[in-house]
Design a protein. Sequence first.
Length: 94
Amino acid sequence: MAVALSANKSLEEKKAKMREDWVKRIEEHFVGRTIKKVFIMPLEEADEMGWHQRPVIFELDNGHSFFASQDDEGNDGGSIFTTFEKLPAVPVFY
């Protein structure tokens, strides 16, 4: 039983470290950046990706951009939920 508990603790520690590493990696790319442009993904780009739902694209001050996907595999465009009272979600467009 002690071996199983130790293995579970070790697994949980690895998961926690992985999450921590991802947050640091994401922070390096986003913290301090400014959104310079917001637009809906062009239909042609969505078609190239095989997507039916077109997400909003946020372009940053360094020329890079980001947008939401339904999942990690990029199966379709996704929406973004916010904490803004008058904009609770950024939708996808068809």
